[in-house]
Design a protein around this ligand. Structure first.
Ligand SMILES: [Ca+2]
Ligand SMILES: [Ca+2]
Ligand SMILES: [Ca+2]
Ligand SMILES: [Ca+2]
Length: 269
């Protein structure tokens, strides 16, 4: 029966190496006095017990913890979701304490650990780290949090200038995008991608007539797409683009650089 053992060994490796529990959505800034904040976890296995896991909130100002929660006794639901948040949030299973979720630059991290391992002001660490999200609301990247949690991308909850009504939602490609919150249910498939290569910047943005692309050293192909996905402008550029003919609104500027597609949000006004 050697083939069976080989198959089982293969499946075993697959199951062990797959990430079974992730941070799926973060809503740190909610309307008014921030009383609808939440963090959503997701397990590919339904009803996954959360014994042995702890959720830790890190403060970007000192790269140390400001709150931690033991998840023992909880489990994800039949769809794989678990929500910790304010009392009015749909599907909430664990209520946040008064320190709530800071609006960034801060981080949310999931550990195989106990709350007692992370007293207030415990330093960021990758030891026993399962998943982490570093986020902000129009703030500069916090290298202390990113490095301390082994991450390279910080996500902006205010990416579409609506942080209080949007949450950060994990997408299939593993990045986060912003949209109307979906606590305890599947994330939206969202069209606007947060810039993943931070060395390219558009200015001015919002733009009136001409935009300049900082960080571009050679001529590249570009396309500008409307929110509905229509290409409204396409050409080559060495750094400036005339956008005066675009109607006001949100666009996505797509640049092909070194065979990589870079997407940047553009607002025309
Ligand atoms: Ca929000
Ligand atoms: Ca910091
Ligand atoms: Ca908040
Ligand atoms: Ca969700």
């Amino acid at each position: 029966m050697k083939p069976t053992y080989t198959l089982l060994a293969f499946l075993g490796v697959g199951i062990l190496s797959a990430q079974t529990l992730i941070i799926n959505e973060v809503d740190a800034d909610s309307p008014g006095a921030d009383t609808a904040e939440f963090i959503e976890l997701y397990s590919s296995t339904p009803n996954l017990p959360l014994d042995g896991y702890a959720l830790v909130l890190f403060n970007g100002s000192n790269d140390a913890s400001y709150a931690s929660y033991d998840l023992d006794g909880h489990s994800t639901d039949s769809n794989g979701y678990f929500v910790i948040g304010d009392s009015g949030v749909i599907g909430v299973s664990e209520i946040l304490n008064s320190s709530a979720i800071q609006n960034g630059p801060d981080a949310v991290a999931l550990y195989q650990a106990n709350k007692s391992d992370f007293p207030i002001k415990a330093a960021v660490t990758t030891t026993n780290l399962i998943d982490a999200v570093v986020y902000d609301s129009d703030d500069a990247d916090d290298t202390g949090l990113l490095t301390g949690l082994g991450k390279t991308v910080q996500y902006n909850e205010n990416e579409l200038l609506n942080a209080s009504n949007h949450s950060l939602q994990r997408q299939l490609n593993d990045g986060f995008k912003t949209g109307t919150p979906t606590p305890n249910s599947g994330n939206q498939v969202l069209a606007i991608t947060a810039p993943k290569i931070p060395m390219l910047h558009i200015h001015p943005n919002p733009a009136l007539n001409t935009i300049k692309i900082d960080g571009l050293n050679n001529e590249v192909e570009f396309s500008i797409f409307s929110l509905s996905g229509h290409c409204v402008l396409s050409n080559r550029t060495d750094g400036s683009i005339d956008v005066s003919r675009l109607t006001n609104g949100f666009y996505m500027l797509e640049i092909i650089l070194n065979e990589e597609v870079i997407r940047l949000k553009l607002i025309k006004h």
